[in-house]
Design a protein around this ligand. Structure first.
Ligand code: MG
Length: 245
């Protein structure tokens, strides 16, 4: 028995043991379905440095999942000691989006198609739960991953008041799937997203697809962590079966 299944069994020993297997998977988009975080962090870094704000590209990996305005406020408080006005935040986020689009379409995450096919073939309802409101990617989902997400099975930045790490996006995803937290798994790549899934009461899978150390996912509440998407895709059938026991 490998270490991942041992950790699943440890989790099941608690009070949150799912009954009757997994009914829904609540799936993040950036860094899970698309290898897009490199472009997002580059776009944030370009926008911020053009403003003269001292920052590193890697810090933007840690902010993944926050709303655009929340990320801009981190920069503003550091540089100016205040929040951005709504107008400033809107304009600067639009600039970041433009820089992201200029870098071209990000590639599909290797292993994501296999992961989604396994979920679908297991009869698990797939719900997209993303902090993104960028139509440049959202509009591609049904083309890139056909037959996975039924119409309406998505929660985006446009649907929530509070971004991750607030549990609201995942709680809304549970509503769409008509599931209890104990009937769903969350699939995330970023600590704030993991925290949101954990706070929503779901079994939360962390998949390392960027430079964030696995320990940060565990620290945020991940019930299990995989070192890559291909590894998760390969081991997902075992995980699904473990939930049935
Ligand atoms: Mg993500």
């Amino acid at each position: 028995m490998d270490k991942e299944i041992t950790s699943v069994n440890l989790h099941f020993a608690g009070s949150n043991k799912p009954a009757g297997g997994v009914k829904a998977a609540l799936i993040d988009m950036d860094g899970v379905l698309y290898d897009s975080m490199k472009n997002h962090t580059a776009a944030w870094f370009r926008m911020a440095t053009e403003l003269g704000i001292d920052c590193t590209r890697n810090e933007f990996y840690a902010y993944e999942g926050m709303t655009g305005a929340a990320t801009i406020n981190i920069l503003f408080r550091r540089a100016y000691g205040r929040d951005a006005s709504p107008e400033e935040a809107k304009a600067l986020y639009a600039r970041k989006v433009q820089y992201f689009i200029e870098m071209g379409e990000p590639a599909l995450m290797p292993g994501a198609t296999q992961m989604l096919s396994t979920l679908r073939d297991s009869g698990i309802t797939c719900v997209l739960v993303t902090g993104s409101g960028q139509h440049s990617i959202l509009d591609r989902i049904s083309h890139d991953y056909p037959g996975i997400f039924a119409p309406g099975m998505r929660v985006t930045a446009l649907d929530v008041t509070h971004g991750k790490p607030d549990p609201e996006p995942y709680l809304k995803g549970l509503q769409l799937a008509a599931c209890q937290p104990s009937e769903a798994i969350v699939i995330e790549n970023a600590p704030l997203g993991v925290l949101a899934g954990h706070r929503a009461g779901c079994f939360t899978v962390g998949v390392t697809t960027g430079p964030i150390p696995e320990a940060e996912m565990t620290g945020a509440g991940a019930d299990i962590v995989y070192s890559s998407m291909p590894e998760f895709a390969q081991k997902l059938p075992t995980l699904i079966n473990a939930f049935k026991q």
